[in-house]
Design a protein around this ligand. Structure first.
Ligand SMILES: [Zn+2]
Length: 154
């Protein structure tokens, strides 16, 4: 008999809990936003990998008060302080509203590793976007004709 059969099938978790994101979100909440209830923080849905010109690394939904982090950051080489900086930024939208005004930026700098996080993304954005570094310096290609965009939806 196999040792594995000792585990009842219903005891095997179908989804591995995401302890990394959970613990980083918990740390940001404890350190900076403990006077507010903790917000749900989840990875966004993975969409097909393609070349992009821009990427939204985090989002805050003020209807559901849910924070979503782009799944492209769900990788061991992405430093924890960077993921935390995105969570911190989205928490600030919960507290301060949608605008990136002076007050928002002042609060943003209160994140302990703010500068370090900014430096990391400056050096690694091209990797996240699936591009070679020098590609980003080229002028933007003309937008695809509507027909081509439509075709890609099918
Ligand atoms: Zn923002």
């Amino acid at each position: 008999m196999l040792a594995m059969s000792a585990i009842a099938p219903d005891r095997i978790p179908l989804v591995v809990p995401d302890t990394r994101l959970e613990s980083l979100a918990g740390e940001v909440h404890r350190t900076y936003f403990s006077k507010y209830p903790p917000l749900p923080v989840r990875w966004g849905q993975q969409i097909t990998r393609k070349k992009r010109r821009s990427i939204r690394l985090g989002s805050y939904n003020h209807h559901t008060t849910e924070i979503r982090i782009h799944p492209i950051l769900n990788a061991p080489h992405v430093p924890s302080i960077f993921i935390m900086s995105v969570i911190h930024h989205e928490y600030l939208h919960h507290v301060l509203g949608p605008h990136h005004n002076r007050r928002f930026h002042q609060h943003e700098r209160q994140f302990q590793h703010h500068r370090e996080a900014q430096e990391w993304i400056r050096g690694n954005l091209f990797l996240l976007l699936g591009r070679k570094k020098n590609e980003l310096k080229r002028p933007a290609p003309p937008p695809a004709p509507p027909q081509a965009v439509q075709a890609s939806l099918f």
